[in-house]
Design a protein. Sequence first.
Lengths: 376, 950
Amino acid sequence: MRRAFLIIVTCSFPMLDGWCQSDPPTPATGEPYVYTKWESFTTESTHGGLINDHIFYLEADGDSLWIGTEGGLVLYADGTWESWTEEDGLPWNVVMGIAKDPKTGDLWLALFGEGIARFSGGHFQHFTQMNSGLLNDVSYGIDVQGDYVWVASTAGISRYNQVTGEWAVFNEKHAPMEEVWTYNVSAHEDKVYFAVWGGGILEWDVATETWTDYVDPDREMEIDLYRDDGLIHVITTSASYVDNVLWAATYFGLSRYDGRDWRGYMDHDSGLPSNFINFALGRSGTSCYSATDKGLGVLADFTTDTWVTYARDSEDAATWTAHVIVEGQEVKTVPTDLDLPNHFVLSVVILGDDVWIGTGHGLARGIGKGYYEGLR
Amino acid sequence: MKRHVAVLLLPIITTGIAGWASIGQGPGDRVYVGERVCRQCHHLAGDRDQFNPWRLSKHAKAYAALSMPEARQIADLSGIDADPHESPICLGCHTTAYNAEEWERDETFHLEDGVQCELCHGPGSEYADAAIMQEREKAVQAGLKIPEERDCLVCHKEKGSHTAVLEVRPFDYEEAFRTIAHRGSGGPTEPGEDTPPTAPLPGRRYVGALACAECHNGAATNRAYDKWRVTGHAQAYAVLGTDRAAVIAQDMGVSGNPQESAQCLECHTTGAGEPAGRFTESFDPVQGVQCESCHGPGSEYMAEAIMLDPVAAAQAGLWDVDGETCITCHTAGIHGQAFDADAMWSKINHAKWEEDHSAVEYKTPLNLAITRDGTRLFVTCEASNSLIVVDAQTDAILVEVEIGTQPHFVTFSPDQTRAYVSNRGSDNVSVVDTDTYQVLSTIDVGDEPHEMATNADGTILYVANAGTYDVSVVDLAAGKEVKRLAASRGPWGVARSPDGRFVYVTNNLPRYGAFRAPPTSEVTVIETTHSTVTRRSTVSGANLIQGVAFAPGGEFALVTLIRSKNLVPMTRNEQGWIITNGIGVLWQDGRVDQLLLDEVSDFFADPTDVVFSHDGRYAFVSGGGVQEIAVIDVQKMIQVLERATPHERSEVLPDHLSTSVEFTLNRIPVGRSPRGMAVSPDGKYLFVADGLDDAISVIDIAARERVRVIDLGGPSTITEARSGERIFHSAQHTYARQFSCHSCHPDGHIDGITYDIEPDGLGINPVDNRTLRGINDTAPFKWKGTNPTLRRQCGPRLAAFFTRVDPFTAQQSAALDRYIVTITRPPNRYRNGDTLTPAQRRGKQLFERQYDNSGNQLAPTQRCVSCHPPPYFTNRNVYDVGTASWLDTNQKFDVPHLNNIYDSSPYLHDGRAQSLEEIWTVYNPHDKHGLTNDLTKDELNDLIEFLKTL
C-alpha cells in the first residue's frame, strides 16, 4: 500500500520529480547477459578448503580471489584454496573487508572487533584502537587510496598514512557526519566514498581534501517521499564509484548519481529482489550488482532499465532462477544451475568476465563465457 | 623621556589590549605579547617597576648569549649540530615561546628579548588587561602562572653541558629569586594619557635596534645585535633605575627619577631630546644606547640595497664611527670612571666572536664500493659528510666530494655511470656522476637511509630507511621515490639476488613482541618485478641483523646478527654469555639457519657486514667490536649444517660456541671499527672500511692477511671524544670480547630490547633500552634515576654490570662520556617549523591543559606539561605513575625526555608499551600517568600527534 501511495504521490507532483518529467526509457533493443552457469563452493564441497561458509567480503587480485569469512582469510587461486586463521597469525578470524594496495601489493584487512591488519610477505601486522590511532576496533570496511589506508568503523573513519605513520580520524567533529557508524569505504584515484549508517554517503575529494555529504533530501526514514531527489535513504551500506558514477546501496533501495542527476531504485519498480542491500558494486556507469537479502539484483543496462535478478524462487527450490526485468516488468525467466542454499548475498566482485558472490552460506562463481555489456 | 615612552608605545598597546580582550577564552587562544606590553603597567614609578630589574638580569640577555662561543661548545656537548639559535633545546631556556606557532606570538613579541615575563608567567594576551590583572584569581584563570621553584628548575637544574664550559655555581633558588626579584606588587594603574598619534617628521628618523637586528643578527652579519645586547649599552636605560644611578644622579645635581631626566637620558638612550615625530613605530627608547646613537638615525639608510653601497649609505645618513663618537658621552672621569677607549672598543666590537677553530674533523668511513675495472674505490665518510674516491692501485685520494649529512652507503648503477650515496642525516640519496664526481641531484627518501641496491636493469633503487622502518622504491629515471614498502624495524642492509629477482633487506631491530620474550627479527624479501614484499623471513632469537650478501650462485644469503640473552640478568656473563655473535643463512625456500662466529673464550663482537669472494669459496664478516675480519669457508659451513639434525639446526647450532672453529679459517686483524667491505673485481683483495681509523684496510685474500692500509686523510690528532668513540665501538673491555657499547646502542641509538640487567633475581626489574641521542642534560640516568651523571652511568656501573674484567680507567670513562654527549638527535620529522597541523595544535592544547573534559581543574601532577616541561620535556625527577609491574621492586621511575620520542619505541621503563598509544590505552587505567581517561580516542590521537613533534 505504501508503495502504491508513493507512486501516486511522486507522480502527482511532477514539478518536484525529475523522474516523472523525463522521457520514458528507451525500449529494450536486446537481451542482457544472464549468468546461467555457476560453480558453488561451500566448506563441505571444498572439503574445508573454504574454511567458513559465511562470506563477508570478496576482493579480486589479478586472477585470484581473496575471501573474507567469519572464520578467517581465504585465497582462491588456480583452483586451490589457501587459508589463514588465528592459528596462522591472523589477528582475528572475522574478516569484514579486504583491500589490495596496488602500489605495495600488501593486503589490508578489516577485522570485526579487532581493528585492522596488514598482510605482507606472509606476516600479519595488527593495528587496534589500543596500539594505534585507529578510532575503533569494530572495522567494517577498508580500502587504499595512494599512500592512505582508509578504515570504516563504528566510531567513524580512520586514515593511516603508510609513509609518515600518521593517523587522521574523521567523525562528527571533523567531517559532516550526522552519524559516525560507517559501514563501507570505496577508494578511487580522485574520490573516496563512505557509506555511513544513518549518515548517507560521504565523499572525500582527494585533491582538495574536502568532504561532501549526500543525504536523503526528504529526510524521511520510512518512505522515499520524492523519488530521484537525491540519495534514496541515509541508511547506507556501501558505495561504488565507476565511470564517474556513484552507486549507493541502502537498506531501502539503490541510488545512482552521475554528478548531476540522481536515480533511485526500489524493489517494486526495478529488478531489485529486495530493498535491503548489503553491498553494491558498479560494473560500469550503466551496470550495477546489488547483493541483497533475497538474491542478487543486476542492473544490466541503465538506459533501458533492464535488470537480471538471481534468486531462489521458493525456499525449497533446488537452484536459483534469473529473471529478466525491463522497466519493472518481468519479460523472461532463465533457469541457472546456481545451487547455493542461501540467497542472503553479502558481497560481490567481478573477476574478468566472471561474477563471484558471497552469501551467508557459501560462495559461487558465475561463469561469464561470452559475456557482453549492456544488451545484445 | 617618559613622555616618549608613552607616546611611542601607546598606539601599539591600546590597540593590542583591546584586541586581546576580544580573543577567545580557551588556552588555545592565548598569545605571547612580549615584555613591551607587560612594561606598560610594570615600568612605572614607585612600586611598580618590574621592568628595570628584568632588563638588567641575565634573563634579558639569554637569547643574545646563544651567539657567544661558549654556546657552540655547550651545543657540541649536548649532541646539537644546529646553530644554538635554531635549536629547540637551546631556545627552550634562552628565550620565550620558542615552541609556539607564529600566530601565538604577537607583533609586540620578540624572541630577541630572551627570557621575558611570559616564560614564567605564561602567554599574556588574556590576562594582560589591567582590570583582569587586578584580580589575581581572574588573572590565573586567564592564564597567569605564578612560578614556583620547580618551574625555575626546568632550566636551572644542573646541566652537564653547561658546567663543563661555564663556571656555573649550583642553583640556589632563594638566592636566584632574590636576584631576579621584581620590586613592587602592583596595584591600581593610572589612566594613560590619551595622546594622539604623532605625525612623522620629514627626514631621517630613528628606527630602533630591533629594526637593525632584522639584518644584523645573522651569522653573516656577525650577530651584531646579540653582541650589542650583552653590552652595557643595551642596559643603559634600565641602569638608570638602580639605586646607584639615583646616587650618581643626585651627585650630578639631578633631581627626581633619572629615567625621566633629560640630562641622564642624553647618554643613556638614543635620540634623547628629539621630537616624537623623529621616531618610527619600531623605535623603543628603553632599549638604551642603540645602534643609531653611534650610526645615526637609520630610516633612510636601513634598506639593504643602500647598506650594501657604502657611499649611498653615507649619503643616507650612516655615520662613520670613531673614538670621537664615544667620547661624546664617555668623557674622562664620568661617574668616577676612567675611559679606556681600546678596552671599550674591544667590548663593543661587532666583529665576529672569536671562534674555536681547533675542531677536528674526522672521516669515519662506513662503507665502500669498487668500480668494475677495479681502479677506484668510492668511500662514504660519515663524519666529514663526504664521499672520498681513492685510486685503488696507488691508494691516492682522487677527490673528496661534499655530499649530504652523514653519508652511509654507496652503490653504483649497473652501468657504473652513477654512484648513489645514502645520507643518513639528511634523509636523501645523492646521485653522483662517477666521471666528474659532481652531485647531479638528491632524491628524498625515508628517515635515516642506510644501505641500497638497484634492480638488475638499474631503473629502480631500493633504499632501507632505518628511521621510518620502510624501504623506499625510487624510480631512477624520474629521480623520485614512487612508493614505500613496509619493512620490519630499523631496515639496514640491502642485497640483490644474483638472478635479480629478489632484494633482501635486513632489519636492525627486532619485531615488536610479547613482554619478556626473546627478540625475533626479520629479513624482508622484495620481488623486483613489481617491487612488492613477498616474504618476511623470521630469524628467531636474533637482533641487529645488519649485513647481507648473496652467495654468488644465489642458493642462499648470509646475514650478520647478534643474539642478545635479554631474559637473564646480564651479570650472569661470568657464567656464560650475554650476547653471542654470528650469521644467519637464508635459503631460497625460506628456511633460516643460524651459526655463531664466537669461540668459547674469544667472541666475535658486532658482526657488521658480510661479502663473498667471487668464487663463493669464502665469506668475509667484519667484526666491528673485535677489529677483525672472519674468513668463513663456505663449504665447511654448509657441511656443519647438513650433518646436523633438524633439531640441532634449530635449537643447538644457533647458540653453539664450539662450531665456528669448524668453518672459520681465521680472523684477520684490521683497524678500529671495521664496517663495510668490498672485494676487488679480480678477486684478489678485500677492502675494509676501518671506521674509526679513517682508513681502508687492504687484505690479500689468498694470503688472508692485511697487506696495506689506505689513509683517507683524517687528522692525526685523537680527541677525547674520538677516543671515547673508539671505546664505545670496541669490545676489548668486555668479558671474552662479547660485546661493545654499540652492541646494545647501535650507532648510539636503541636496540629495541628490554633487558634484565641487575643481579636481583631472574626476570626482576626488566628495563627498556634507551637511546643515547642528545641525552647529556637529561640526568638523572637509569630508569630508577639513581645515576646523576653520564660518567657514573658509563663508568663504575658499566664495570659492575657489563665489562666485568677490564673496567675503564678514569681517563677512558671521561672519554666515553665525552663521546656519548656528541651523539646527535636527528631533526624531528613531524615538526614543520613553527607551524603545527590542526591535529598537532589540538594535541598541544591537551598537553598543556589545566582542565579535564568535564571542566574540573587538573592537579599539577595530572597535567602532561608538569612532569614533561620543555625543552627536554622532562623535569628530571622520578615518580610513581602506576607503571610498575609484578616484576618491579621499585615504584618510581625516571621521567623520560620526549624529544624525538617517536623513534625510540617500545615505551615505559620496561618496554611494555609497543606504541605511544598503549601508554594510555593500556597502561594508565587509574590516571596516575596524567589524567587521560577522559579523553576520546580522537583526542588521544591529537595528543600523540603533538608528542611526535617534540
